[in-house]
Design a protein around this ligand. Structure first.
Ligand SMILES: [Zn+2]
Length: 434
C-alpha cells in the first residue's frame, strides 16, 4: 500500500453504523442498550459482570493490593469532564526526574530498556511519553499532518483506559509492547521496506492492543455471561473489544478526521487485523503460515499484504516477549502475569465457578507456568522470528535471554521440589524413614 496522501482534506462522514462506536463510548451502558443490532462498538470501563471490587477488597489485607478501583473510576470521570490533564501531573516530579526520563528515551531502541524505571521517571505516563517521542522520531506527526492537541488527548485516553489495578494488563505492558515493536521495526530485514502508514499502524496497534482489559480472560467473560462475550459471540472477545475501543477513541478525538473516509476505513480495518492477531488461541494458525512462508522463501516485503502479515507477527512477538528480556525485567513480568491469573482464580473460587487453567495458586507455581509458556508459545515463535531476521543481533540476544531464563525457572522449580521434599520427609510420622 502506498503512503497516505495527507494533502487530501476530505471530511469523514459518520453516518455509517460504526459511528456508534463514539456514541456508545460517551453514553456508557445506556448507549449500548439502545444501540442497533449488530453493532460492534465499545465504551470505556467494560468490567466483568462480577464486581472486581469484591476481589480487591478481599485481597487488600493479605496482599496489600491497592483499593483504587472506585476512586480511580471517579478520577477518570472527573478527568473526562475537565478534559486532558495528564500533562499537568508531570509537574509533580521535579525537573531532574523528567530529565532522566528524557535521557532514557535516547536509548529507547535498546533491548535492555528498563520499562519499569521509565514508568516511574515519567510519573506513570510512560505510554503517552513514549508515543509522543516515537511519533516525533518517525516523522508521523508531520507526515499525517496530525493536530498536536488532538494527538495528546488521544494518547492520554488510550493510557487512561488501561486499568492500573491490573497487575499485568495495564499501561506499562502496553508501553513495553510498543517499545518492543519499535525495536522490531528497526530490524534490517524490515526497516527499509516500511512506509509511514506501516509504522503508524504498528505503533498504534501495539499501544492499544489490550486497552480496557478487565484483568480476566475470555473464558471468564463467557462463563459469567458478560455482555462483551455475547456481543462478539464468544470469539476473540477481548481482542475485538480492544480494537473497537481504539476505533471509538480515534473517532472521539477526530484525530484522523482530515483523511478521506476510504483511507480512514482502511486504517481501522488494518488496526483490527493487527490486534485480532494477538488472540493466543490463533497461535498455531499464524505460526503455521509463518513457517510456510519461511520454508517457501516467498515473503516479498515490497508487497503490502506480506508487510501486513509481518507486522502481525511482529506484534505477536512483542506481546509475548517478556521471557526474552533480561531476567531482572522478565521475572517481574512473570510475577505480575501470575498474580493476575491467581486473582481470577480467587474470584472464580469465591463465586463457585470452575477455576480456569493456570489460575489456581494452590496448584500452579510461577516456574511451572513460565516453563510451559516458554516451551509451547514463546520458543516456537521466536525460533521462526530468528529465521525470518536471518539471525539478527537482536533475535540472537532475545533467544539467548529466553534460554537463560528458562534454565533459571527450571533451577527454581528444582529448588522448590527439593524444599517440598524436605518439608514432606519429617511429616511421615517422624519415623525417619526416607
Ligand atoms: Zn498484551
Amino acid at each position: 500500500m502506498s503512503c497516505l496522501m495527507v494533502e487530501s482534506l476530505g471530511a469523514v462522514s459518520f453516518e455509517s453504523p460504526d459511528q456508534n462506536a463514539v456514541c456508545s463510548r460517551t453514553l456508557g451502558d445506556g448507549g449500548l442498550k439502545g444501540a442497533p443490532a449488530g453493532l460492534q462498538s465499545e465504551r470505556r470501563g467494560s468490567y466483568p459482570s462480577i464486581d472486581l471490587r469484591l476481589l480487591n477488597r478481599e485481597l487488600s489485607t493479605k496482599r496489600k493490593v491497592k483499593r483504587l478501583l472506585s476512586f480511580q473510576r471517579y478520577l477518570h470521570a472527573q478527568r473526562r469532564l475537565r478534559g486532558p490533564g495528564f500533562q499537568n501531573s508531570l509537574h509533580l516530579l521535579d525537573e531532574d526526574y523528567q530529565g532522566q526520563a528524557v535521557h532514557m528515551l535516547s536509548k529507547v531502541g535498546t533491548w535492555s530498556f528498563d520499562i519499569f524505571l521509565f514508568d516511574r521517571l515519567s510519573n506513570g505516563n510512560s505510554l503517552v511519553t513514549l508515543l509522543c517521542h516515537l511519533f516525533n522520531v518517525y516523522g508521523l506527526i508531520r507526515h499525517f499532518q496530525l493536530d498536536m492537541v488532538k494527538l495528546h488527548r488521544f494518547f492520554g485516553m488510550v493510557q487512561e483506559d488501561y486499568h492500573s489495578q491490573n497487575p499485568y494488563h495495564n499501561a506499562i505492558h502496553a508501553t513495553d509492547v510498543t517499545q518492543a515493536m519499535h525495536c522490531y521495526l528497526q530490524e534490517p530485514k524490515i526497516a527499509h521496506h516500511l512506509t509511514p502508514l506501516d509504522v503508524f499502524l504498528a505503533l498504534l496497534a501495539a499501544a492499544a492492543h489490550d486497552v480496557d482489559h478487565p484483568g480476566v480472560n475470555q473464558s471468564f467473560l463467557i462463563k459469567t455471561k458478560h455482555h462483551l462475550a455475547s456481543l462478539y459471540q464468544n470469539s476473540s472477545v477481548l481482542e475485538n473489544h480492544h480494537w473497537r475501543s481504539l476505533v471509538g477513541m480515534l473517532r472521539e478525538c477526530s484525530l484522523l478526521s482530515h483523511l478521506p473516509p476510504s483511507t480512514l476505513r482502511d486504517i481501522e480495518q488494518q488496526l483490527g487485523s493487527l490486534i485480532l492477531a494477538t488472540d493466543i488461541s490463533r497461535q498455531n494458525e499464524f505460526l503455521g503460515r509463518f513457517k510456510s512462508h519461511l520454508d517457501n522463501k516467498d515473503l516479498q516485503l515490497e508487497d503490502a499484504g506480506h508487510r501486513h502479515f509481518m507486522l502481525q507477527m511482529a506484534l505477536k512477538c512483542a506481546d509475548v516477549c517478556n521471557p526474552c528480556r533480561d531476567w531482572e525485567l522478565s521475572s517481574q513480568w512473570s510475577e505480575r502475569v501470575c498474580e493476575e491469573f491467581y486473582r481470577q482464580g480467587d474470584l472464580e473460587r469465591k463465586c463457585h465457578l470452575e477455576i480456569s487453567p493456570l489460575c489456581d495458586q494452590q496448584l500452579e507455581t510461577i516456574p511451572v507456568i513460565q516453563i510451559g509458556f516458554i516451551t509451547y508459545i514463546v520458543e516456537p515463535l521466536f525460533e521462526e522470528w530468528m529465521r525470518f531476521t536471518n539471525g539478527s543481533l537482536l533475535a540472537n540476544n532475545m533467544l539467548g535471554h529466553l534460554k537463560r531464563n528458562k534454565a533459571l525457572w527450571r533451577q527454581l522449580l528444582h529448588t522448590q521440589h527439593k524444599q517440598a521434599a524436605g518439608r514432606a520427609t519429617p511429616s511421615r510420622g517422624g519415623t525417619g524413614v526416607p
